[in-house]
Design a binder for this molecule. Structure first.
Ligand code: NDP
Length: 235
């Protein structure tokens, strides 16, 4: 993580799970970001209490309300979401395909500005980056852990998010913006721990791993699908 130098960052779904983990880890960096914009849909709600507590101690955290993602193709821990039930499922995630698309378009001018204002050539996460939170479940080639749960709508939304990342990487390369999509591992969050098995990874393990990967990736990695340890995953 030593190589990562972030001046400002927007984290979506920042009130719990992996999003909150990212905020906590950004704060612990040797050079924490000047601004951490922590987006969540209910900033004053009960589920944002931990984020509110953090923000009261760290003035570089700005909590911002972010609109609700349409409830299409999202994993509900209590539902297998099989093929017959491929209609939209209840939502339990921080990302779905349309939201990263709209938000990255909205923030494009700022991302371009950040890239232009950073020294050096090539792409890096210290310059300007879009990091989409996907899942190995969205891999069309592997259709990972199909036996454990079909979750068709979820898989489709993540496959779409992966395609979006690829398109973003092609469109934004000339503007100096690096784009990747991540599988965070199977993590002990409300969503990851919703079934009968305990996930192997803590939020800390996963976020620390992803930040280490983010600190090391460069131009050659833009448009790739990576896991929390930096392994390239099949589309
Ligand atoms: P959590 O359930 O812990 O957190 C979900 C977050 O998403 C919360 O901030 C929640 O806000 C927000 N959210 C839920 N529904 C919506 C909605 N409709 N619109 C906007 N925000 C919403 O999930 P994780 O931290 O585990 O998941 C984060 C990402 O990582 C997701 O994209 C997930 O698919 C991906 N992932 C997670 C894995 C795991 O094992 N945990 C494995 C693979 C991928 P609120 O508190 O308001 O409900």
């Amino acid at each position: 993580m030593a190589g990562l130098c972030v001046r400002s960052v927007l984290v979506t779904g920042a009130n719990r799970g992996l999003g909150l983990g990212f905020v906590q880890h950004f704060l612990k960096m040797p050079n924490p970001p000047q601004w951490i914009f922590a987006g969540c849909r209910d900033p004053k709600g009960q589920r944002s209490q931990e984020l509110q507590n953090l923000a009261s101690k760290h003035p570089n955290i700005i909590i911002i309300p972010l609109g609700r993602c349409p409830e299409v193709g999202i994993l509900c821990p209590s539902s297998s979401g099989n093929v017959e039930g491929a209609a939209p499922l209840p939502c339990a995630t921080s990302m779905c395909a349309p939201v990263p698309s709209v938000s990255s378009q909205a923030f494009l001018p700022l991302l371009k500005k950040a890239a232009q204002g950073s020294p050096g050539s090539g792409l890096s996460c210290s310059k300007a980056a879009i990091v989409n939170m996907s899942s190995y479940a969205g891999s069309i080639e592997d259709v990972y852990v199909w036996e454990f749960g079909q979750v068709v709508s979820y898989r489709c939304s993540k496959a779409a998010l992966n395609m979006l990342t690829k398109c973003q990487s092609l469109a934004y390369k000339e503007h100096g913006i690096l784009c990747v999509t991540f599988h965070p591992g199977w993590v002990q969050t409300d969503m990851g721990g919703g079934g009968s098995f305990k996930p192997p990874l803590t939020v800390d393990d996963s976020v620390q791993g992803m930040l280490k990967v983010l600190s090391s990736i460069s131009e050659k990695d833009t448009g790739t699908f990576l896991d929390w340890e930096g392994k390239v995953l099949p589309w």
